[in-house]
Design a protein. Sequence first.
Length: 483
Amino acid sequence: MAEQAKTESHDPDFPEAFLQFMRSGWREDPLAVTPLPEVPNYAKRRAALSEAFPGETLIIPSGNEKVRANDTDYPFRPGSDFFYLTGDRDPDSVLVLLPTGSGHDAVLFTRERNSKETDRFFRDRNGELWIGRTHTLAEKSAELGVDTASLGQLGTVLAGSAPGRTRVLRGLDANVDRAVLAYEPNREKPRDRELAWVISELKLVKDEWEIGQLQAAIDATVRGFEDVARVLPADRPVKERLLEGVFGLRARHEGNDVGYSSIVGSGPHATILHWVRNTGVTTPGELLLMDMGVEGNNLYTADVTRTVPVNGTFTPLQRQVYDIVHASQQAGMDAIRPGVKFKDIHQTCMRVLAEGLNDLGLLPVSVDEAMSENSTVYRRWTLHGFGHMLGIDVHDCSNARKESYRDGELKEGYVLTVEPGLYFQAEDDLVPAELQGVGVRIEDDVLVTSDGCRNLSAGLPRSSGEVEQWLASQREAGPRLPV
């Protein structure tokens, strides 16, 4: 698995005189490296994973850079499970847990530094004249608290793994997938799926450090919503992308980036669940739905949605729809506590929505019939579940078994979203004209506590009256730059 030099189609052919000139006269400055404060967290997680698979080789790749267009790449973000276990941010790295008599030895296989010892430091797009000073293997080991080795040695390690005793987290690095299959062509996929679900289930309960990371990302998200509210005019249209960009500035200033593509949907766009094109404009008198979250520097992300009246005041019908959704969300939060089933929270939220739809005169059957497994007609206007786990991924723990997640019980330390919504499509002839194109979602991030839950995003108001007051106060305060 040797590294290939990465060059551009427009790179020149350098004359020998230039090459010789570039090979000398460089000073080698040391890189100050200290162990990251969260190193013990990564070690504890690797130990838990090791305990789940005694005597087996475990392979968890970081992933590769992805081409955006021609010779430009998307900004790289390491695979969440890999980062959860290492804290490493580099592409092409691979964590291998090698079995020993007492557990596992962890080795991080990673790129060799493109130092000034070879021409790659100035000719390769991954060279240090292109991307800046990178870590030596020893420096990375010191920073992350894990043994390191050159990526070029990974093939030898994989070749020496015992057949039937190797598991790989698939789909992140095609080179790793191919290499493992080459040495063990008859391997069974269920063995690899088990590795994925074990890691996901380790991530379900958040420790104190993780909760702090989430709270920091959520607090930054609250400030991002405030930034947007301060530039949202009440009396004239602005582009959805302006609002997206204002929030993105906060995310890049206080964190790594946005945790997912921001949804900024004005009017009928609010009824499109994954409206990420954000090509519309706001309209006074309509609602604006914003689903946005800051991803913190340690990659834990917030996921918050607010729906606001652009002109500052809900119409009576908009307020009725909003209040139904708010009541549904509050009912879900009130029901959350350890031991309650995830799907029961869903049913609690959905019943309130169904009752609200009945009050609006939209249900073609009774609430009880609409809620039955043989009907669920209310879902025409609710579309999605009440929420999902949240953490180092916006949809965290997605590989966990159903019996541990969707069909399981909540536990203290879980962090999840509560995000019911009602969506009346602009083309829906089964709703009155004044409802067509109205979409409302309210989403908050909550921590399951010993006796209930704590709303980590309580810094943003939720009730219709409080939203109006908040929007007015933010507008009065005026625009601000992140500081």
